[in-house]
Design a binder for this molecule. Sequence first.
Ligand code: NDP
Length: 263
Amino acid sequence: MDLQLRDRVAVVTGGSVGIGLAVARGLAAEGAHLLLCARDEERLGAVAGDLRDEFGVRVVGVPADVATAAGAAAVADAAVQAYGGADILINNAGTGSEETILDADDARWYAYWDLHVMAAVRLARALAPSMKSRGGGVILHNASICASQPLGYEPIYNVTKAALVMFSKCLAEELIGDNIRVNAVNPGLVMTPDWEKTARALTEGTDTSWQDHLRQVARDNAPIGRFADPAEIANLFVFLCSPLASYCAGSTYYIDGGWLRTT
Ligand code: NDP
């Protein structure tokens, strides 16, 4: 199936590893040119080079912290400079949290708000005008199943991801008249390096291996009984970027192996 993405320009935040990298790979495989950002410049540079070599597309790596206004501006400016703007924006950068509401201070709340919500606000404000002038575009928000089915140990993550989904809905209504389709994706358990790191820490010095720990997490939560591979999540993102998804707008798509406990 031709997803009609050849020579489109996609900005992917957090594109150096995990789901963001899988989405970047999926888009590059369809012939899209990329602008990837992340904070770790070395890892980003290596990934950008690999994608260029493997897929023969243009890949620009911008080391930036999208949780800051300056970082988001640097990403948008680089997209304008390299490509004259963007056709696709994937707001993916994010991370889990661990706290109690009573112990977490204001600074912690604001840090996650800046990363999960303000980055998306600022990048939409900066890049949607170029999408309008190119005749349309796609903006996707990588939220989480936790936006509507919270995990107890990460209230700030749950709340800021729920806000991101609502932002996505509001933005969708504002931009659909300009042929810009905005959607959110809510993944469940996805096997990325962060999970391995957490599992290693939790099982260190115990009789349980980190792999067994993660198998148990999957069995306890996802009816499918396993984590997703990032590529399985990326497939949905790439499809939603395609003109073939022309009626997908203003929605939230769950991809969670059956974990969401509602109909
Ligand atoms: P990873 O930790 O594997 O990757 C995160 C990416 O984001 C990296 O490229 C990282 O690079 C970048 N990043 C993090 N913070 C910033 C920042 N402030 N500015 C710029 N780049 C940043 O994450 P996942 O792939 O697991 O998750 C990606 C998204 O998917 C997140 O929003 C997460 O909440 C969501 N998600 C993940 C699930 C999972 O099970 N893995 C489930 C549901 C949702 P660097 O560190 O160099 O900045």
